[in-house]
Each structure stands twice: as structure tokens, then as C-alpha cells.
Design a protein around this ligand. Structure first.
Ligand code: PMP
Length: 397
């Protein structure tokens, strides 16, 4: 008899043979600037915890308090019995923070993209997507019955061409949805959202931006990419984000008009059919907004460290690609070399993972560093020295 699950072991073995399997490191304590990973004390240099909020005392206190007042679970999905005052308050506060009419919180950013995108565009519609958009957008698009088109990465002329062709399509598309990441997570470059919105506007298309890596980083007080470009809500119709990165907790969200939010929660299956956030999560997210509003120094320090580190890497002779944000890729080329550089950095006390094929093209392997506001200036100096030493040893400099 054939073993129906023999493919599991075989496919995993194939991944190991091609060195494409994930070898998981274990974080033995909080995601703090200095952490204990696999028994070694190292400087965290690749988390998404941009502002260090995941270990901030105000967030921890809020989460602890919420466990005492509301328990550890919500008991249900939100449309049935799991809609707590904390969830509702969080959405009010987020909308205010974003300067939007309304916001909606999903269980994760992935759930927001995969749940909402297929509802915004279906049969007879067209979705136009940047070729380097995040996987959760790609999955959301795949779940839709809409036709799909991609435009070259951040290339507004190509977007214009795609939309021009779409205009000539017969029968005419019912709706067109243009989707882009705000900050691209592998390169740290920023989508030209002002120009994307202008071109989409000329063609009557909706605009959806995934600002997972722009929140807490770009815009006034870290309000994100819509604020960064001073765009209006009738130019960017869906601003999607996540509490799992700069906000330091977990959970996805969208902001926009009241009608967007009313539509989204009634139609997104990920929202309707999945349990709502535990009270400490919602409370910690609320505290994160408080911190962003009252402690602007975190965003300021993030950018000070970022500018200094980028300049130091360039001055040393590393290639840092086209990054404009706290995500700074150190371009290495060949994947084996990127892995060796990461291993050497770990030995020297810096934790920065390599990004290799299939996440990026085969000859584009890199170490993706992500700056953190909780680091001290001495920590940044330490990281620069480690990169210099490892880079020289591996003949990258
Ligand atoms: N969009 C982008 C651009 C992301 O980088 C991520 C996280 N890797 C997500 C969406 C998903 O967010 P979450 O972690 O909240 O599921």
C-alpha cells in the first residue's frame, strides 16, 4: 500500500538538501536590544520591533491590567460574543491616530489582506499589484475572482500603461483596485504613493496601501505613509497596517472611511470567523498608541540610528541597495556567503538574519538589518564594528 503522507518527509528532505529550510533560532526572553538567543547574548538587529515597544513598561503594564479586568481570552469571534470594549476603544483610538473616519482591527495583518482584498474586487474586476508586494497581498489577490495584472516595482509609468490597457478592456471592468506595499520589506524602499494615487485617480481606481513597515516609522509621529505624503483619504481608500511591527504587539488593521469599515467587517471571512484578540493584546495595542502620541523620542531616535548606521555601512564600502528606511539590506550576492556573514556576525554578538532565494533572486542574497530605537549609540557602534570585522574577514570589504 502506498503511504499517503510519504511526500511530507521527502519534500522536507528536498528543502534541507537545497538549504531552503528554515533553521529556527530560539529567543530565550523578551525581544529587547540585547537578547539571549540559543544561549548566547546578542544584539537584536533584525526584528520588526522598530521602536522597542514590545518590551515597553507601559505596554506590559496595560496587558497585565487587562488580564486582571478582562481575562486572557475573548471567548468568541467578534460578531458573536467576543466584541469587548477594549476592541472598540482600540479602533476609535487608531482612527483618531491615523486621522481617518474609522478603523477596523483584524487578528493579524495577514488576515486583513487575505480577508479584505478578495471582497474589494471579484468577478468582472481587476486588481493591479506591484510585482514585489508582500505574500499576504499575493494570497489575498489569489483568493479573489478578479483578473490580475502586475506592474514593475514602484514604476508609475508602467502602472499608467497597465491602467491604460485596462481602460480599453471590453467589457469594461466593474472596479479596479491598485495595491502596493508602503515600504518594501526586503529592500526598505518607499512606494511613490503620491504618484500612484494620482495615476489611479485618473482611472477611477481604488488605492490600497499595506503600510506594515511604514507605521511608527514614516509620517508625523510615526503615523505612516499616508501622513508621510500628506495624502487625503479620498486618494488612498484603504490604509492597511499591523500592530506586530513598530507597535510591538500583534494584530492587523485597516483605516479609511466609515463605509469601508462597515463593508469590511461584514464581508471579511477572516474577521467574521476567527476568534478576536485576547484582552491583553488589545490593551497593549492601545498603550502603544498612547506611547506613540506622548513619547515622540522613539521615532526620532530610530531615524538618528538609521542615518548613522546607513552612512557607516556605505563609508565602509558595503552595498546597501536603495533603502530609504530603517530596513537596511547589506547586499552580499551569493546565498552561501550571506549565510556565512550572518553566522560570523552572530559569533561576534550581532543577530541579523540572511535573506536568500526564494525570498529574493538567487544572486541578490543579503543580510537584512532593521534598526531599533531601543538601542543606545554604543550599541550601534558595536554593530558597525561587528559588520566591519566580519565584512573584512569574508573579503566583502
Ligand atoms: N504586510 C507586510 C508588508 C508585512 O511585512 C507583513 C508581516 N511580515 C504583513 C503584511 C503581515 O502582518 P502580520 O504579521 O500582522 O500578519
Amino acid at each position: 500500500m502506498r503511504d499517503p503522507v510519504s511526500f511530507l518527509g521527502q519534500e522536507y528532505a528536498d528543502l534541507v538538501r537545497q538549504e531552503l529550510d528554515w533553521k529556527l533560532r530560539v529567543l530565550e526572553g523578551p525581544s529587547a536590544p540585547w537578547c539571549q538567543i540559543d544561549g548566547k547574548r546578542v544584539l537584536m538587529f533584525c526584528s520588526n520591533n522598530y521602536l522597542g515597544l514590545s518590551n515597553h513598561p507601559r505596554l506590559k503594564a496595560a496587558a497585565t491590567r487587562a488580564v486582571e479586568t478582562h481575562g486572557v481570552g475573548s471567548g468568541s469571534v467578534r460578531p458573536i460574543a467576543g466584541n469587548m470594549d477594549l476592541h472598540v476603544e482600540l479602533e476609535h483610538r487608531l482612527a483618531k491616530f491615523k486621522g481617518a473616519e474609522a478603523s477596523l482591527v483584524y487578528q493579524s495583518g495577514f488576515a486583513a489582506n487575505s480577508g479584505l482584498i478578495p471582497q474589494l474586487a471579484g468577478e468582472g474586476d481587476l486588481i493591479v499589484s506591484d510585482e514585489l508586494n508582500h505574500g499576504s497581498i499575493i494570497d489575498g489577490v489569489r483568493l479573489s475572482r478578479a483578473e490580475r495584472a502586475v506592474y514593475h516595482h514602484t514604476d508609475v509609468d508602467d502602472l499608467r500603461k497597465v491602467l491604460g490597457t485596462a481602460e480599453a478592456h471590453a467589457p469594461a471592468y466593474r472596479r479596479i483596485l491598485v495595491i502596493t506595499d508602503g515600504v518594501f520589506s526586503m529592500d526598505g524602499d518607499i512606494a511613490p504613493l503620491d504618484r500612484i494615487a494620482a495615476v489611479a485617480g485618473e482611472h477611477g481606481a481604488m488605492v490600497y496601501v499595506d503600510d506594515a513597515h511604514g507605521e511608527g516609522v514614516l509620517g508625523a509621529g510615526g503615523r505612516g505613509i499616508v501622513s508621510h505624503f500628506s495624502l487625503r483619504r479620498d486618494q488612498v481608500h484603504v490604509e492597511m497596517g499591523t500592530f506586530s511591527k513598530a507597535f510591538g504587539v500583534v494584530g492587523g488593521h485597516i483605516s479609511g472611511s466609515r463605509s469601508l469599515v462597515d463593508f469590511a467587517y461584514n464581508r471579511s471571512r477572516t474577521w467574521l470567523l476567527s476568534g478576536s484578540h485576547p484582552p491583553p493584546v488589545a490593551a497593549a495595542c492601545l498603550a502603544a498608541i498612547d506611547v506613540l502620541e506622548s513619547e515622540p523620542e522613539h521615532v526620532t531616535r530610530l531615524w538618528e540610528h538609521t542615518r548613522r548606521f546607513k552612512k557607516a555601512m556605505k563609508d565602509l564600502g558595503f552595498r546597501t541597495g536603495k533603502s530609504e528606511t530603517p530596513i537596511t539590506p547589506i547586499m552580499v550576492g551569493e546565498s552561501g556567503l550571506a549565510k556565512r556573514l550572518s553566522q560570523r556576525l552572530f559569533e561576534l554578538g550581532v543577530f541579523a538574519l540572511p535573506i536568500v532565494f526564494p525570498m529574493v533572486a538567487k544572486d541578490q542574497a543579503r543580510i537584512r538589518t532593521i534598526m531599533n530605537a531601543a538601542l543606545t549609540a554604543d550599541d550601534v557602534t558595536f554593530a558597525i564594528s561587528a559588520f566591519e570585522k566580519a565584512g573584512r574577514e569574508l573579503h566583502l570589504l
